[in-house]
Design a protein around this ligand. Structure first.
Ligand code: ADP
Ligand code: MN
Length: 297
């Protein structure tokens, strides 16, 4: 296990052996449990939930639901970064398979607090919303870790995401694609937009209330690896008729888009229109504008 490569969020996340471990609150674990209990369509668009760990405990605290590999991992390894007794959630590591992942964390929704928040926090978050694209577009860049053409990594912190307005947000989002003039990157953007559409469909099927959840976008940031993976998949495609489900897991990782961060999420009676509108705006500002910008080159 090592300190995780993240785009935003609190420190203390770890990853390795295909799993991602994050200190969390009970509400986030409860939310995953609800989704599993009802075999929710949202399970398709969130990381695989594997269980929970309490640091300092000698054994995994919860049933490790889906990953046999996890049994091989000594829970003592997890305790190193976390303080004693701290609850952590164990998820599938979404970075698995990427050679040099570019990552973005986009916080969704206009209102960022749930009823449980103290008055001062509500006021502080309302002010953040009012002064950022959270208030105007229902999304805000929480952070990005972007692979540059020379292979180095550029980190955009939460301050960066507080600067743009609804008018110039495209100039900020495009920083996620330093090689935006490359046609393989267009394919990535197209795929991200399609996956966002799919998330919206799932959210319409499963009524939720999600305050301050995020859209996690990952793509292969190394252009040569991206190119190789896309070509590999293109060549593999004609055989797909005879494919079994298992083969899908061998697909090279090029793009992953997931909903994450459910510390303030619950099931509800109506679909979450705030989050859906935020997602619609993300995809609108990735496409077609980004592509139109390119075509003006
Ligand atoms: P926080 O409560 O600290 O905001 P998040 O759930 O938003 O935690 O996650 C913080 C960061 O961790 C994200 O920005 C993302 O980069 C990374 N992350 C979260 N879940 C996963 C996952 N399953 N696999 C890989 N990285 C993840
Ligand atoms: Mn977060």
């Amino acid at each position: 296990m090592q300190e995780a490569l993240v785009a935003a969020g609190h420190p203390g996340c770890q990853q390795g052996n295909g799993i991602f471990i994050k200190p969390c609150v009970q509400q986030e674990v409860d939310f995953y449990h609800r989704l599993l209990e009802k075999d929710s369509p949202l399970l398709d668009v969130v990381p695989v939930f594997m269980g929970t760990l309490v640091s300092g405990a000698k054994k995994a605290h919860d049933q490790l639901l889906l990953n046999e590999d996890l049994e091989q991992i000594d829970p003592d390894q997890f305790s190193q970064l976390a303080s004693d007794g701290e609850l952590s959630i164990v998820l599938r590591d979404e970075l698995v398979g990427f050679v040099k992942p570019t990552i973005a964390d986009i916080k969704l929704g206009f209102r960022l607090w749930d009823e449980m928040a103290p008055a001062a926090k509500k006021q502080r978050l309302d002010n953040v919303s009012k002064t950022t694209t959270s208030g105007s577009l229902g999304f805000r860049i929480a952070g990005m870790s972007v692979v540059l053409p020379d292979g180095s990594r550029k980190v955009f912190d939460k301050q960066f995401g507080r600067e743009p307005t609804a008018e110039n947000i495209n100039d900020y989002l495009v920083q996620l694609f330093p090689q935006v003039e490359n046609e393989y990157v267009w394919a990535v953007i197209d795929s991200i937009v399609q996956r966002i559409e799919h998330i919206i469909e799932c959210l319409k099927l499963e009524p939720t209330k999600m305050y301050s959840c995020s859209l996690l976008i990952i793509y292969e940031g190394s252009l040569s690896d991206l190119q190789a993976k896309i070509e590999h998949q293109y060549q593999a495609e004609p055989e797909q008729d005879s494919d079994t489900d298992g083969d899908l897991e061998d697909e090279p990782a090029m793009v992953t888009v997931k909903l994450i961060d459910f510390a303030h999420s619950t099931l509800a009676s109506e679909p979450d229109l705030q989050v859906i509108e935020g997602l619609n705006n993300v995809s609108k500002h990735l496409m077609p504008n980004t592509i139109e910008d390119i075509r003006e080159f």
